[in-house]
Design a protein around this ligand. Structure first.
Ligand code: FMN
Length: 191
């Protein structure tokens, strides 16, 4: 597949087979992440790969965080559903921005701009990983529902910087149709 075909074929996958993902494939995916462009070539990404028995702990921590969210009377959104998807996936990678600060802390204007640059860079790294995963026969799900257990997961990961997202990977057990997109005419303005 050429790049455009890969971009067109990618889907969020929410049903995974339990087959493990070979280490060399994971290395290739992570390498693709590191090849993304980044502001000032800061490469503001750190990847933490969770697989094997550690997945069970991750799911328990995620559910604890969601329970805390619910106890505070807040809507857990789609996080419980997403946790079920993460539970099936053989691998989940957490993506952190080591320059970013905790979202609850006050941000200066400079910090906000730095975050804008760094989070764009991390997004590019994530998309690279998703596309290469597809080329290697894997499905993926980009996940921000981890924010419902933000503090719990960060502390479990032993980190204090900014968690940007998680991505679950595995061999797909579904082939969803393309989800709708707004046409270019609606989202682009030519001047
Ligand atoms: C930043 C970001 C966060 C997302 N978080 C979640 C999530 O927590 N749970 C989930 O099921 N899907 C999540 N998604 C997947 C989107 O729902 C999905 O990309 C969108 O519906 C379009 O579908 P497609 O990826 O198959 O084209 C996320 C996607 C992005 C880019």
């Amino acid at each position: 597949m050429n790049t455009y075909e890969t971009i067109t074929a990618r889907r969020s996958i929410r049903k995974f087979k339990s087959d493990p993902v070979p280490e060399d494939i994971l290395q290739k995916i992570l390498t693709a992440g590191t090849l993304a462009p980044s502001g000032k070539n800061r490469q503001p990404w750190r990847f933490i790969v969770v697989q094997g028995e550690k997945r069970l702990e991750m799911i328990r921590i995620m559910r604890d965080g969601i329970a805390r969210t619910k106890k505070r009377g807040e809507d857990p959104g789609s996080s419980e559903w997403t946790t079920n998807v993460m539970e099936q996936a053989p691998v989940t990678v957490f993506i952190l921005n080591p320059h970013g600060i905790h979202p609850w802390l006050a941000h200066s204007i400079d910090q906000n701009f730095d975050d804008l640059v760094n989070v764009q860079s991390v997004g590019a790294a994530i998309q690279n990983m998703l596309l290469v995963a597809l080329e290697l026969g894997l499905g993926s799900l980009w996940i921000c529902d981890v924010f419902y257990a933000y503090e719990e997961l960060l502390s479990w990961l032993g980190e204090s910087c900014q968690m940007v997202a998680a991505v679950s990977f595995g061999y797909p057990d579904e082939a969803p149709a393309a989800r709708s997109r707004k046409p270019v005419s609606e989202v682009a303005r030519w001047i």
